[in-house]
Design a protein around this ligand. Sequence first.
Ligand SMILES: [Fe+2]
Ligand SMILES: [Fe+2]
Length: 201
Amino acid sequence: MEARSASPPPLRNTAWTSALWSPPWRRAILGERDWREVPLARLCEHIVYRHHAFLRRELPRIEELLAEVVARHGSTQPTLVGLQGDFLDLYGDLLDHIDQEEEVLFPFCAGLDADAGPADRVLEQLRMHEAAHSDVGETLARMREMAGGYDSSASLGTTHKVLLESLQGLEQDLHQHIHEENNVLFRRLRDELGEPAAATG
Ligand SMILES: [Fe+2]
Ligand SMILES: [Fe+2]
């Protein structure tokens, strides 16, 4: 699990996130919460500061590790090249995805963006994000297979071992991140908008 810094990390979209990061809620979010009861805006805030910040920090670091490992072992281990290709696709897709969540969907939840659009536009956003989450799950499964189940005991050296551990950490955080969005945030948002919950994994 990632180390938690004392102060929030810098974020791309700071206008609304900084407004939400008030001390009482910060304490609540960092402690044990029942996410079914926390206001939607606070749940969005938690996702941004915990999971989106994790991605913005970890993806560049893992990209460098992968480049180093592929440069050293790629010619004899072609699955590493395939792993790198899937990772780079995932990297770009995820950054676009979390930007869209922060710029369109989460401000609607926060009630800070009156122009976020009518309910049908928000529901369209939900469906789009759920489809993207499914794609992420498929890519993660493929990456796990190509990386030998992230078995670090079979690593090719120290950097490869760190890479495998980092990819496993990325997978774990993404699963939790997507769970919190699909099964908590989106479900609650659908309830508020009067649409039945979608079947989500
Ligand atoms: Fe997200
Ligand atoms: Fe998402």
